[in-house]
Design a protein around this ligand. Structure first.
Ligand code: SF4
Length: 376
């Protein structure tokens, strides 16, 4: 089923993409950046969609070597209840967000599909755009989440190198490379209209990873032609477990990759998160990016302190004594944020670059023709 990843079967678009990833001098990179910026403005105007991640739970039954939430890590964990999720969401709404990405570790007991459905249903009454970044599911498990109001699904393959994947995912359901690889197609079949894919850069050699990611994208664009796709290029950040990147992926290479993706896939959204430092985000925003997070927290309850009273220390899947916690202690985050500016500061920066921060570009009423657009 993953024939589309075969290196010998490269389409003309992927061959062009490969050529644009080759080492290049500054003048050539500058020309590529200009071409990318022009293609972005032509296809997306000046709009940059802003979103915020809302972490529901950091419980996880998988061991992914690069992730702070790995089962074996001794960290403070919590799963927010629906009221706590709403508290976090209302805080984000007050900051301006109308586009929220719900994130959770993989734990069938704490993060069941019923729990996710309840969260989505409660949020959908107040938040117009809801996406999920949660454990891969079957089509029949996704369908109720779509019906409850989730319109987007994000699932990163992490690495397309099967041997690196096997080394990184040592236990838990995530070990199954093919089950994860087919997840975007299951999400499409279930009715998600926005689908995000990506790779975690730093695990494998970046050019090889990027070509495989582009092959996956090309395959999905052919198969799932009614959906909108976004690509994310997260780089490894410090986290519990202290995993060190295996491969370098420098800022200059990231610029080149983003511009090459834009030139080869002009209609695909490109996402940039707060994993990247402010200066690099500011430089990349006009070149090809269409979607950015801002003011992010990667710990459940990180925006308001919700769920603090239920924190518990877990290691190797077992609760152990955490001793007495300071009153303002939060759950452990997935990774450290690099751009710590507030959403308002990020929006102001975009404006100063001639770009427009878009907090909301979708309303369910569009589908029934009764939309009355407000400025919020
Ligand atoms: S990457 Fe996801 S599945 Fe892996 S440990 Fe982290 S939260 Fe769990």
């Amino acid at each position: 089923m993953s024939d589309f990843l075969t290196p010998s079967r490269l389409s003309p678009t992927i061959r062009k993409f490969q050529r644009l990833l080759a080492p290049m001098d500054n003048a050539r990179l500058e020309a590529l950046a200009q071409e990318s910026a022009a293609a972005t403005r032509r296809n997306f105007g000046k709009a940059i969609r802003l979103f915020a991640p809302l972490y529901l739970s950091n419980e996880c039954i998988n061991n992914c070597q690069y992730c702070g939430f790995s089962r074996d890590n001794a960290i403070l964990r919590v799963t927010l209840d629906v009221a706590e999720v709403m508290k976090e969401a209302r805080h984000l709404a007050r900051e301006g967000f109308r586009n929220i990405l719900l994130v959770a570790g993989e734990h069938p007991r704490f993060v069941s599909s019923g729990y996710l459905e309840e969260c989505v249903r409660a949020l959908a009454a107040e938040i117009p755009t809801i996406a999920l970044e949660v454990a891969p599911m079957e089509v029949h498990e996704y369908a109720p989440l779509v019906a409850a109001g989730a319109e987007g699904l994000v699932v990163y393959q992490e690495t397309y190198d099967r041997s690196v994947y096997a080394e990184m995912h040592t236990s838990g359901p995530k070990k199954d490379f093919d089950w994860r690889l087919a997840c975007p197609e299951r999400a499409y079949e279930a009715g998600f209209r926005r689908i995000g894919i990506g790779a975690l850069f730093g695990l494998a050699e970046w050019r090889t990873e990027a070509v495989a990611l582009a092959q996956h994208l090309e395959h999905l664009l052919r198969r799932c032609w009614k959906a909108q796709f976004t690509i994310s290029l997260p780089r490894l950040r410090p986290c519990a477990g202290e995993f060190e990147p295996r491969h370098r992926f420098e800022d200059r290479e990231m610029v080149q990759l983003i511009c090459a993706l834009r030139v080869c896939f002009p209609h695909v959204g490109l996402v940039l998160s707060t994993r990247e430092p402010a200066a690099l985000r500011d430089a990349l925003a006009p070149l090809g990016i269409t979607t950015m997070s801002a003011g992010s927290h990667t710990e459940p309850g990180g925006y308001t302190g919700a769920g603090q009273e239920n924190l518990h220390l877990t290691t190797r899947g077992k609760a152990v004594s955490a001793g007495t916690l300071a009153p303002d202690t939060l759950a452990t985050g997935q990774f450290e944020i690099a751009d710590e500016r507030s959403p308002a500061q990020v929006a102001a920066l975009l404006k100063s670059c001639g770009l427009e921060a878009v907090w909301k570009d979708w309303d369910a009423a569009i589908l029934d023709g009764s939309a009355a657009f407000s400025r919020d």
